[in-house]
Write a protein that binds this ligand. Sequence first.
Ligand code: ADP
Ligand code: MG
Length: 380
Amino acid sequence: MIASLTLTDFRSYASATLPVGAGGVVLHGPNGAGKTNLLEALSLFTPGKGLRSATAQEMGRREPGEAVGRAWAVALTLDGGDGDEIRLGTGTQSPGASRRIVRIDGETAQPGRFLDYLRPVWATPEQDRLFSDARVERLKFFDRLVFAADPGHAASVSGYDKALRERLRLLSDSAEQNRAPDALWLDALELRLGEAGARAAIARAAALSALQSGIDARGDRPFPQADLGLTGEAEAMALEGLEADDIAARIREGMAGSRARDAAAGRSLFGPHRSDLTALHREKNRPAAEGSSGEQKALVLNLILAQVTRLKDEDGAAPVLLLDEAPAHLDARRRAALFDEIEALGLQAFMTGTEAVLFEELKGRARFVRVEGGTLAAEA
Ligand SMILES: Nc1ncnc2c1ncn2[C@@H]1O[C@H](COP(=O)(O)OP(=O)(O)O)[C@@H](O)[C@H]1O
Ligand SMILES: [Mg+2]
């Protein structure tokens, strides 16, 4: 359980501490107060770039006129029960540094280790058009859901992406210089792509099934249900239960067949990086992509709640829910249902909104914190 969050020169905060306890935390304050900055800080305690997909440089506090952000730090103390305290930290060591370091109880660690302690899951206003948004964003969103339960997936995806960039560079360079690419090197890269791509596709298929059962089990009240799907040949094979070796061989074959096209296009036109998450609004029997932003938001929230429920039911670190501006998009009935569900799940949840009144039903049930001008004021 998170006991406190401390920020030093992070975004708009020179220095601030947010005391936390069990249950919900409501962060309210005007636009630009620094509410999302706090959620972003919490979202850094999982592999990846956090809920804004920002660089470490962008996160360092800049005074007006300063070109380079300061060295910054974000620290969490966790209450491990029985008086045990664990300290997690991340930040940079010099102004403008692009490398973010990770510390666990003072020792340098890999970001993947954070998953041993907590698993942040977030919903942001940007996801209001998730299903009609660019495919790349949607796949990133889904991959994040996958690796919260399957840490190896992050490594598969990044290994795949790295080999894919190398392959494309090789193809483009040789096309530019009018010579045949090194076939041995290409074969080796495509072997790696096949293996990593198959692992990724299998993990995606497993997560899809788990999420879908979660959504089905939750029923349709009060959030709408989605019927999820994955496009992509490798994912289809994985959903059919084919072996990793067969999937890898198919990826390799497809890549080999796509060399000339990829070289000409300057893009990688084949492979599981081009897969997509699809969703059907079950009740309406229409693609989620057609839905209003409110409808898409409700589908996403249902998906996120299925995800945290799944993480909570499995072994592993507790999920932590970060909901940016979520209540503002919900009617009163759904808002109340959301609060009740968070409480019933016994999760630590951080929720933002411009007005405290949006969280009226949580009075006496959650901690309220007023955020304004880089300061945090806990309210009774
Ligand atoms: N690196 C930074 N240094 C200083 N201020 C920053 C930095 N990054 C963002 N900000 C400021 O943080 C504020 C936005 O905070 P945010 O958390 O998004 O507000 P909100 O409460 O509306 O969610 C803006 O005023 C922005 O200028
Ligand atoms: Mg905000």
